[in-house]
Ligand binder design. Structure first.
Ligand SMILES: [Zn+2]
Length: 205
């Protein structure tokens, strides 16, 4: 069934608020996008810069590229989203989040380029076919280097998301809701792993 622009905006708003409510996007951090339908593969709608996901309104969702003048600017991480849509044809939506446990998991396995939880969690097996998630090196938020490195990492690993070292995570799916489920899965797995590993042994990856 063909989806419509208004459906996409509504779903972005709902998922944004839930991500904020689940402590995945404190303050004005985090952003959500949906690939446009029928407008070309690499066009998408994304939450605007400077907005809190917890208070996102439909007018805070903007197209990228804009194709003209618009009052609101897209999220500062728009290049990260654009780069991932280019290399992930199955991704219909993306959620970038700042989850505490996801950040800690990346620190725990530094300087490894992938993170693998020690427990074989069933939901994580569905999230990451190889039971490992790529970890993108630390680059400034919003930078082209971060976008380029994330795209390269996404091509390498068969998971539904990536960890951004010292920053958070980015997940994708067939819809914003599925991208949120994947973020929750990664955050939960990271929390369980961190707690059971104990801080003395967190160098294991
Ligand atoms: Zn961020």
């Amino acid at each position: 069934m063909q989806r419509h622009h208004d459906d996409d905006v509504s779903e972005i708003v709902e998922v944004a608020r839930r991500a904020y409510g689940h402590r995945l996007a404190p303050g004005t951090s985090g952003n959500v996008s949906v690939r446009s339908h029928g407008d070309g593969d690499n066009q998408f709608l994304i939450s605007a810069s400077g907005t809190s996901l917890g208070y996102l309104q439909p007018q805070d969702v903007v197209p990228f590229p804009s194709g003209g003048m618009q009052d609101r600017q897209p999220s500062s991480e728009v290049q990260l989203h654009a780069a991932l849509y280019r290399v992930l044809p199955r991704a219909k939506a993306l959620l970038h989040y700042h989850g505490t446990w996801t950040i800690l998991a990346a620190e725990a396995c530094a300087p490894e380029k992938q993170w693998r939880p020690s427990l074989a969690l069933p939901e994580f097996a569905a999230f990451a076919a190889e039971s490992a998630v790529g970890v993108v090196s630390a680059f400034p938020a919003g930078s082209c280097e971060l976008a380029r490195e994330a795209a390269s990492c996404a091509r390498q690993f068969g998971a539904w998301g990536l960890i951004l070292r010292g920053h958070g995570g980015i997940t994708w799916g067939q819809s914003p809701q599925q991208a949120l489920f994947h973020a929750e899965t990664l955050e939960s797995a990271a929390q369980i792993d961190y707690l059971i590993s104990g801080r003395k042994e967190i160098s294991r990856c």
